[in-house]
Write a protein of this length. Structure first.
Length: 488
């Protein structure tokens, strides 16, 4: 049976929030009354005399019907946030490679299958023209409801998560390589739901399919497909006439940006001039071309291959002047009868936010693909020093980007980490003078952890300090001129 409850913890300086009901049209009021009676019959709500009172509103579903929503913004403002981690969709998709059978399970009013703690039920109170009610079951709209629900699902499937079941809130996906294996996995998942008292909505479930919709994509044994309905919405989108309309369009297309090679190249044309702070709106033929190019890129219905971790990965980068370009790819044979490869791109197994994915429709370009060796230097960078005038040329050709001043050893550690380790990885050795900042126990212990060797320059032999001594030499020359009699 379900042993999880949703609790609402408030900040210490909270204020009880109550608000007058919103106005509804006659059809909406009729639907509101019907849904309230249904919720009362199911025991999800009860009459209330709570001082709290949120207004009711409706959200229209895709089929045109109304979904009841409570405006809990006033309550959420004073609720202590639960930062339970939610999974990344791209990481979930990576687990599906090589599987042929999929079952999608949709729970019936999933949130309502979790109780609200008795002491917190008055906080969920809402007002309508038909009365004052509060929830006994967890409603939609509470800031911590997703965290509570996802924690409950993780507790149920913890030992089999990402082995043959994926969970994202109330969407459950069972996946397997063979039908026999799939039936065994499905029986286990359904049995766990039954034991914990969760119920699925049969009409929205899909069993043992080769292709199912999951998290806004269609999943199959071939890879990821875009939702046809969303493609249609993008293709039929009229040319924007305002910055707000353009943001809406880019928000929709960016969800599928991984399917579009060079997405940033097109979107940058639109954002760089039209979405700056208070720009004059001027839709030019250049913007029209970029807008239509994005639409066209989505009409070829590309498919993204899922990663095969038994194959090598290829990381391709460029030196774009307006975006970070990085593509993680693999080479697959285009068919069993062909040795010509094509290069599909897919969401990387690690978070690389700049990934751009090439659709499999690029397989038509197979004859143009060449392979060329990449020159890679063998060995590690060597440390070389001596009495050479290299410091002079470094000053002329490689001026320092920033000269830092640090009085505390912790500040020095932060600078080294931010400016050296972050860009170049941990150094094998560091040469410095014998300043207390570099000889302290803190500094030595830090580099024991880093496995970095600390080397100190010889006393009265400043050449090993490199560029740092140039400044000292210059200051010395200036001071000598000041103290000399002729002041020259």
């Amino acid at each position: 049976m379900r042993d999880v409850e949703h609790s609402i913890q408030l900040v210490s300086d909270y204020r009880v929030h109550h608000q007058a009901p919103y106005r509804f049209s006659i059809p909406e009021a009729t639907e509101l009354k019907r849904q309230l009676e249904e919720l009362l019959r199911l025991g999800f709500i009860k009459l209330s005399n709570s001082p709290w009172g949120a207004p009711v509103l409706f959200a229209r579903k895709a089929d045109g019907t109304f979904r009841l929503r409570i405006d809990y913004r006033g309550l959420n403002r004073y609720t202590v946030k639960n930062n339970y981690p939610m999974p990344r969709s791209d990481e979930l998709f990576d687990r599906l490679a090589g599987n042929r059978f999929f079952t999608k399970i949709d729970l019936r009013s999933g949130y309502h299958q979790i109780r609200v703690a008795a002491a917190d039920q008055p906080k969920t109170a809402f007002r309508s023209r038909f009365g004052h009610y509060e929830f006994t079951a967890m409603p939609f709209g509470l800031t911590n409801a997703p965290a509570t629900f996802h924690r409950a699902m993780n507790d149920i499937f913890r030992d089999i998560l990402e082995q043959y079941v994926l969970v994202y809130l109330d969407d459950i996906l069972v996946y397997s390589r063979t039908l026999e294996e799939h039936l065994r996995h499905l029986r286990d998942v359904l049995d766990r739901l039954r034991r914990h008292g969760f119920y699925a909505k049969l009409s929205k479930c899909r069993f043992a399919q080769h292709k199912v919709d999951f998290l806004g994509h269609y999943v199959s044994d071939q890879g990821l497909h875009m939702d046809d309905a969303k493609i249609t919405a993008i293709v039929e989108w009229p040319a924007p006439t305002s910055a707000k309309q353009l943001r809406s369009f880019l928000g929709l297309t960016s969800y599928y940006s991984n399917f579009i090679q060079g997405y940033t190249r097109y979107s940058n044309v639109l954002t760089s001039t039209l979405l700056r702070k208070n720009p004059p709106w001027a839709w030019t033929p250049l913007h029209e071309d970029a807008f239509r190019a994005l639409e066209k890129a989505l009409t070829c219905t590309p498919v993204l291959h899922l990663p095969d971790f038994d194959r090598p990965f290829i990381l391709t980068t460029d030196a774009s002047d307006f975006a970070v370009g990085a593509v993680l790819s693999q080479i697959f044979p285009s068919s069993p009868d062909s040795s010509h490869p094509y290069i599909p791109r897919f969401p990387p197994p690690t978070p690389i936010t700049a990934s751009r994915l090439t659709p499999t429709c690029l397989a038509t370009d197979e004859p143009s693909i060449d392979y060329s060796p990449t020159i890679v230097e063998d060995g590690t960078v060597e440390s070389r020093s001596g009495d050479c005038p290299i410091a002079f040329y470094s000053r002329q050709l490689l001026p320092a980007e920033i000269n830092y001043t640090a009085d505390e050893r912790e500040e020095v550690a932060d600078i080294v980490f931010d400016r050296v380790v972050r860009d170049h990885d941990l150094p094998l050795s560091i040469i410095s003078d014998s300043d207390l900042r570099f000889t302290s126990r803190f500094w030595r212990r830090l580099h024991e952890v880093y496995d970095t060797q600390l080397l100190f320059s010889s006393s009265y032999h400043p050449q090993t300090d490199g560029q740092t001594e140039i400044t000292n030499r210059t200051l010395g020359d200036i001071l000598r001129k000041i103290v000399r009699d002729d002041q020259q």
